[in-house]
Design a binder for this molecule. Sequence first.
Ligand SMILES: C[S@@+](CC[C@H](N)C(=O)[O-])C[C@H]1O[C@@H](n2cnc3c(N)ncnc32)[C@H](O)[C@@H]1O
Length: 313
Amino acid sequence: MKQEGKSVTKGVGKIIKQRKNKQKEQLKELGLENNDNKIKKSKKTQKRYIETKSYFNVNQFKKNVSKEKKQEEQSSSSSGATQTSSKSGTLHDVFEAKLKESKFRLLNEKLYSITGDEAKKMFAKDKSLFGIYHEGYRSAIKKWTIDPIEQIVKRLKEFAKNKVVADFGCGEARIATLAEQTIIHSFDLVAVNDKVTVCNMAHTPLKDGDVDVAIFCLSLMGTNFYDYIKEANRVLKTGGHLIIAEAESRLESKLTLFKALQQMGFELLKENRYDNFFRIFEFTKKNTEAITTIPKIEVSQIFKPWHYKKREK
Ligand SMILES: C[S@@+](CC[C@H](N)C(=O)[O-])C[C@H]1O[C@@H](n2cnc3c(N)ncnc32)[C@H](O)[C@@H]1O
């Protein structure tokens, strides 16, 4: 009996040894035997690796790849030349769109780093630049969840139709197209349509106190920011409204903005924030006498210089 028991134990030991050896071999195959002590220690992990290996059966994988290849070849031969040309068309479109976006970004950065007069000269020298800029700007707006012009037009609905509006840096004069006021003056450096009056908005052709609502929608770009505010103050009636829409990311300090505008005769009425993306501020003109000086606050304390983040390669 004892003899028999010994031989059974021997047999079981042999089987265990054989299994261990098999597992070792499989681990060796996976390149895990000597390098990964942790895996060697954990039987569960070893099992998982072995299962993974059989799941990703090389032959099956090869079969799948050749099957997919065949399917691809069949579908491309059936659609023929049409598919090739539409593919290259798409690529061309992508490159063209990227190029336009880069040009728009360069122009945008430039406009934030020069004065209104310099910008006017730049656009006068190369007339195509304004078109490039506004094409880029239009496609940028499409990506925004909020269009500040729509918000401003909504606000203008609360004003009587006979209130005089001035849109400083109007672009394509969308406010004049969408809002209901009878008199809407639209100023920009180039006229893209007959609603636009060409001028540097630091010096508009309007008379003192002509205007009820002055608007700057993302147009306070030039480094001579105070000239624009001074001009808005000149043309506004006392008690008139100043609406400024700005990108959240551009604001260095809104409190400094309020302080500077207060020194130029404006008091904050309200402020709206949209999607952490834009702010729209509304001020009222308090002064009755013309503003003759500008604040001693550096513009860089109010706005950050505009730079697009460099894309990672
Ligand atoms: C970002 S676009 C915004 C256009 C428009 N306000 C809108 O929201 O659709 C800024 C516009 O301000 C204009 N601008 C910048 N500085 C100006 C200046 N000194 N005088 C007139 N327009 C100016 C630019 O030419 C440009 O059309």
